[in-house]
Design a protein around this ligand. Structure first.
Ligand SMILES: *Cc1c(COP(=O)(O)O)cnc(C)c1O
Length: 421
């Protein structure tokens, strides 16, 4: 079941024509589908059968409070990497007991905040962090559950900038280091070691590297247990791919992933945690945009949109592919031409697609940049003093603006001049 499809020649989100939203809210605007979020979360959970799993949505993929609240109602926890993300998760109704706090450079203030509200788990990434956390938690009279993020020295993922599990990566500690940190943590006040965590990359379709990483972690769990330690949890991270191309490229086989996880942890009596982001949210969102101008250079045809790299940076940052569809379905006999689809920002990298075959789009026409629900709005900026786009969520035939477009006052109204000007 697809929730973004043409109905009577108009691209819709569930039962709402996207044109109605674009005309009411303006463009660029992000639109999310409740039914898609719910379906992805449910299909993911069901892949693990009767294995009890804690699914912590990776909030950095989509921080909108309505999106988080939609997932929270299904029982999702949150995987967070900053105090701001923890605050958003709480504001969306995710209890502290469902929140995992990760990240390579947590500040004392962030650790104190997380300990103070009693997050489910803090994933520790260095000896220094362990010592700081111990001191902070002990001073607060708390005992904080921790896992150690390991770097299994296995990389995976769709692009060098989203691969985290290799030797040159800043993330995690080696398995050997995790073992010695674990033993150390047992002797420290304020912290209670619970297990290990891993996240080796993103946009993963082939599970072999993931399985190898998980099996290495299990070996370490067994060694820790043999040394007399209690190990209860294994946090297996996120990283499963979303399908960005509409050409039949298969996405990750979720039942196969679930079966692999079950076989790796079988009989070990471990609580399993998962942190999907992209897989849940990417195809639950689109970015609506209006064509501003078409032009020819000596060699190329350009379609210039009113959305730009500041709204959706994935093509510029990761060479990412996004389908771009006109909101009004093109008749099958309409000629197709190749154009570079670009934004108005003053950077050559402000390109959504090169040589894209598509039916001609005229100035004023509306288009949807597909699969924009993950790492879309969350990476948006106001570069070129462009207002942050609006965000809308659809549920059946209802829709609601869940973040209005930024205003000029919000853009620069808090800036002040020094007294010499
Ligand atoms: C980014 C991240 C995730 C989510 O990754 P996806 O590819 O979006 O599933 C999960 N865990 C950690 C630690 C991350 O940094």
């Amino acid at each position: 079941m697809r929730h973004f499809q043409y109905i009577d020649g108009e691209l819709t989100a569930e039962d709402v024509p996207l044109r109605a939203i674009a005309e009411a809210v303006g463009t660029p605007a992000y639109v999310y589908s409740t039914a898609t979020l719910e379906r992805h979360f449910t299909v993911f959970r069901e892949a693990f059968g009767n294995l009890p799993v804690h699914i912590a949505f990776a909030v950095k993929a989509n921080t909108n409070r309505a999106v988080l609240a939609t997932l929270a109602r299904l029982g999702a926890g949150a995987d967070t990497v900053s105090e701001g993300e923890i605050r958003r998760a709480l504001a969306a109704g995710i209890p502290a007991s469902g929140i995992v706090f990760a990240g390579v450079g947590k500040t004392d203030a962030e650790l104190a905040f997380a300990v103070g509200i009693g997050v489910r788990q803090i994933n520790v990434e260095s000896a220094q962090e362990l010592d700081r956390l111990s001191a902070i938690a002990a001073a607060a009279g708390r005992e904080q559950a921790v896992c150690f993020r390991v770097n299994p020295l296995i990389g995976a993922g769709g692009h060098a900038k989203i691969t985290t599990g290799h030797g040159a990566s800043k993330f995690g500690v080696t398995l050997a280091e995790a073992e010695s940190l674990y033993a150390r943590a047992v002797t420290l006040p304020g912290v209670r070691p619970e297990g290990l965590s891993v996240h080796i990359g993103s946009q993963i379709v082939d599970f072999a590297p993931l399985e190898a990483a998980y099996r290495r972690m299990v070996e370490t769990v067994l060694r820790l247990r043999a040394a007399g330690h209690t190990v209860r949890r294994l946090d297996l991270g996120g990283g499963l791919a979303a399908t960005y191309r509409d050409d039949g490229t298969p996405g990750p086989d979720l039942p196969a992933y679930g079966a692999m996880v079950r076989s790796v942890v079988e009989g070990l009596d471990l609580e399993i945690e998962l942190e999907p982001g992209r897989m849940i949210a990417a195809n639950a969102g689109v970015l609506l945009s209006r064509a501003v101008v078409t032009k020819q250079s000596q060699e190329r045809s350009f379609l210039v949109l009113d959305a730009a790299m500041n709204d959706l940076i994935r093509p510029a940052l990761y060479d990412a592919f996004h389908e771009i569809l006109p909101l009004r379905e093109a008749p099958a006999d309409r000629p197709v031409a190749a154009a570079d689809i670009v934004g108005p920002v003053c950077e050559t990298g402000d390109t959504f697609a090169e040589h894209r075959q598509m039916p001609p789009v005229e100035p004023g026409d509306l288009v949807a940049i597909m699969s924009a629900g993950a790492y879309g709005f969350t990476m948006a900026s106001s570069y070129n003093s462009r207002l942050l786009p609006a965000e809308v969520i659809v549920n059946g035939d209802r829709w609601s603006v869940v973040r209005p477009r930024q205003t000029w006052d919000e853009l620069f109204g808090t800036e002040t001049l020094p007294d010499w000007l």
